[in-house]
Design a protein around this ligand. Structure first.
Ligand code: PSZ
Length: 283
């Protein structure tokens, strides 16, 4: 079953209009929320970000966020998801194709839930990355359906037999990964790009910053450049799907000693504790 507007339907019953503005312009916003042990992780934060993204593109949600929350609970239940995620998107709806907004937009929401395992091997062994120019627009804080810059970046990493592209703006500043936030560790302190228009303020990023604080590790929300990335003691990425994952090589050069570092391990342990807490709430 999938969620269409506020109703659960069989996927085979659903047809998407070729004049949906999401299809034609990428005119819409989305979220991905993780499900652990049948429980959503950070749902309120994801829904707040969804509201914010919609507001920033002058789009209204088709119905209130509280109702959406209960529908998403039903969606996970109906699909019997224990470990997985939900993908949710809202477009500006169907209208004759003109660039400007339709006079009376009819926002269109679709969500589906899928089973997906945690990326345990990658989290344990670490991932490889390349650096790539950040060619995206200047509103990366909006979780927009327009993902060409991200898609091209990820493909470039795949073509290089790597897992992720780390984006660098033309001013030499490291922003984030094609679908992840990026952190470096230098002399025991964490640096990550400030949450402004150049990055998506990840929900996982916010958790990571809390966990670092709990662990007594100093975090600077300050920019760093490519050389600082290459010279880091540890490099870590985070996202809803990748959680907290160490980066062990960049552009073919090993990060630190080439194996996952201590701080990555500490943050991973603490992240696991958060997930376990979710479990205990349920039981
Ligand atoms: O399934 C996947 O691989 C996912 S699910 C969410 C993401 C990847 N990434 C979200 C994201 C992003 O697209 C960019 C450009 N920067 C940072 C992130 C991390 O955001 P959160 O932590 O909210 O998932």
């Amino acid at each position: 079953m999938i969620l269409v507007q506020d109703q659960l339907k069989d996927q085979s019953e659903v047809r998407i209009d070729i004049e949906d503005r999401g299809y034609q312009f990428g005119d819409g916003v989305y979220e991905v929320v993780r499900i652990y042990n049948g429980q959503y992780f950070g749902m309120d934060e994801h829904l707040e970000r969804l509201e914010r993204s919609a507001k920033e593109i002058h789009m209204t949600l088709p119905y209130p966020i509280e109702l959406l929350k209960t529908r998403l609970e039903k969606l996970a239940e109906a699909n019997d998801i224990n470990d997985g995620h939900v993908y949710l998107q809202i477009t500006r709806g169907v209208a004759e194709r003109t660039h400007q907004f339709p006079a009376e937009p009819t926002p269109f929401l679709v969500a589906y839930a899928r089973k997906s395992p945690r990326p345990e091997n990658k989290m344990r062994e670490g991932i490889t990355a390349i650096t790539t120019e950040d060619i995206r627009w200047l509103r990366c804080d909006i979780k927009s359906l327009n993902l060409l810059g991200n898609v091209l970046g990820k493909q470039k990493a795949m073509d290089a037999k790597c897992d992720e592209s780390i984006f660098i703006r033309s001013n030499d500043i490291v922003t984030e990964g094609s679908s992840t936030n990026v952190y470096i560790l230098k002399d025991g302190e964490i640096f990550t790009h400030p949450a402004n228009n150049f990055i998506l303020n990840g929900i996982t990023r916010r958790v990571v910053l809390e966990l670092a604080e709990e662990a007594g590790i100093t975090v600077h929300e300050k920019t760093f450049n490519k050389q600082e990335l290459m010279d880091a003691d540890e490099v870590i990425i985070s996202s809803t799907t990748m959680e907290v994952t160490p980066v062990i090589s960049i552009d073919g050069k090993q990060v630190g000693t080439g194996v996952p570092g201590k701080v990555a391990r500490t943050l991973q342990e603490k992240f696991n504790e958060r997930i376990d807490k979710l479990q205990s709430v349920k039981n």
